[in-house]
Design a protein around this ligand. Sequence first.
Ligand SMILES: CCCCCCCCCCCC(=O)SCCNC(=O)CCNC(=O)[C@H](O)C(C)(C)COP(=O)(O)OP(=O)(O)OC[C@H]1O[C@@H](n2cnc3c(N)ncnc32)[C@H](O)[C@@H]1OP(=O)(O)O
Length: 220
Amino acid sequence: MTDRLQSVDRLLERREAISDLGDALRLLIEHATATEAPTEELRRAAERIRQAAGPLGERIRERTEVAAADDLLGGVRMYNPVIGRGSALAPPVHVESSNGVAVGTCTLGLAYEGPPMYAHGGVSAMLLDQMLGHAVTSSGKPGMTVQLDTAYRKPVPLMTALRLTAEVSQVEGRRVTAVGAIATAERPDEVLVTATGLFVALRAEQAQRLFGPVMRPRAS
Ligand SMILES: CCCCCCCCCCCC(=O)SCCNC(=O)CCNC(=O)[C@H](O)C(C)(C)COP(=O)(O)OP(=O)(O)OC[C@H]1O[C@@H](n2cnc3c(N)ncnc32)[C@H](O)[C@@H]1OP(=O)(O)O
């Protein structure tokens, strides 16, 4: 096997391990949010979790470093808080996108609760910001969100399969507008939340100023 294939194998193995750890963390968060276990059990669990966290903290990256398992240009972000399979914060949303259109699926657990039984409005906005970002990126003109307007029409139920959609609606020079919505998978035509986002493609000097350290090739 060539070195390159071996390194690809190692990368895929690492991503699989990161996803596995992400799954375990999401299970932990969901159980820790839903638990009515005895108080003593909570104290024991806190101690065991601190023990598990210790070794993970022994080798950590700086803010200016991209995770070794990520591929920025290839769109792999293992710790993104919406789509990252390694992120304890991410549902995670599974997204397919092309030509300015994105479709996502996820189910939100009790950890995302705002009003009882329903998603927090900030979570819905976060999901939609990400979805709009995918639509915009897949249109070939990636940018950063400069404005996000959300309209909450009906509450988003937890523990229910959701369907998220987004599409580019307007391109004006460096400004790209995208619109998106959240519905349940069962009733995709019943809109629960909508969003309109304005994205701005960065000028070269803006990209350098904001992302300079992570744009440099990794030292091997
Ligand atoms: C995994 C793979 C897939 C990838 C999928 C990725 C999904 C990620 C989704 C998450 C996206 C995010 O959350 S991004 C994170 C949140 N966003 C941010 O932190 C952005 C913070 N904002 C900024 O740093 C700055 O605003 C910049 C650098 C974006 C733009 O700089 P600027 O100085 O404001 O704007 P400038 O370049 O001069 O001008 C750009 C044009 O946009 C206009 N403009 C700028 N802001 C606004 C505004 N709020 N409303 C209207 N118009 C605006 C200007 O008037 C100008 O128009 P004209 O003169 O040209 O006509």
